[in-house]
Design a protein around this ligand. Structure first.
Ligand SMILES: [Fe+2]
Length: 205
């Protein structure tokens, strides 16, 4: 494959500890306020979560220190923003916003970016398996089934993109990526249960 530019890391797969996952479920139980007006998702139920989640903040604080993706992002930013010159001189981070999506059958998240420096998505409940999605009539004869996939898009790489077959086996995992990374979620069809994911944006103070 020919690249116009060097291949870059579009996202890192993360697997937060149970303490983080449990604190997210606790936040979800308390969430009531719709967040749809701030989001691109074609999803009926999207709720804001409390951003003052110390277990999440600490998790990403230590992840950023060891992350190659974070290093690349900071290097790109430092060309624009002289205050950040290296990882040893990083300002503290904070969660600018965090929300939960309850995606139902046929709903989807179109290609979009986030605000902030870094963003994440954590898959808490995925109610389908890729093997079942690939049997749905809309994709059964296609070159590749995309139903229910999580997609990363990078137009600088000759429209090279990555489709991840995120299904039930991904519960508890997620992606960490630059906030300007284009991504999307395709609809699923094989389950009447909700696909529950938490997303958020990380900023420097
Ligand atoms: Fe997103």
């Amino acid at each position: 494959m020919l690249y116009k530019t060097e291949p870059k890391i579009l996202a890192e797969i993360i697997e937060p500890p149970n303490t983080v996952i449990n604190s997210l479920w606790d936040s979800i139980k308390k969430s009531t306020i719709p967040y749809n007006k701030n989001l691109s998702g074609q999803i009926e139920k999207e709720l804001v979560l409390d951003g003052e989640n110390e277990s999440i903040r600490q998790y990403f604080n230590s992840l950023i220190i060891s992350s190659k993706l974070a290093e690349n992002r900071i290097r790109r930013l430092s060309e624009l923003w002289q205050a950040i010159d290296n990882k040893r001189n990083l300002p503290d981070i904070y969660l600018g916003d965090m929300w939960v999506n309850f995606q139902k059958k046929h709903e989807y998240n179109p290609p979009h970016t986030h605000t902030g420096i870094f963003s994440f998505v954590i898959f808490l409940q995925i109610p389908y398996y890729n093997k079942d999605e690939s049997k749905i009539s809309n994709s059964v004869n296609s070159r590749k089934s995309l139903n229910g996939n999580f997609c990363l898009i990078d137009l600088s790489l000759d429209a090279y993109d990555h489709n991840f077959e995120v299904d039930k086996s991904w519960e508890g995992k997620g992606f960490f990526f630059s906030s300007d990374q284009i991504h999307c979620v395709y609809p699923f069809y094989s389950s009447n249960e909700e696909r529950i994911t938490v997303s958020g944006n990380i900023y420097f103070k």
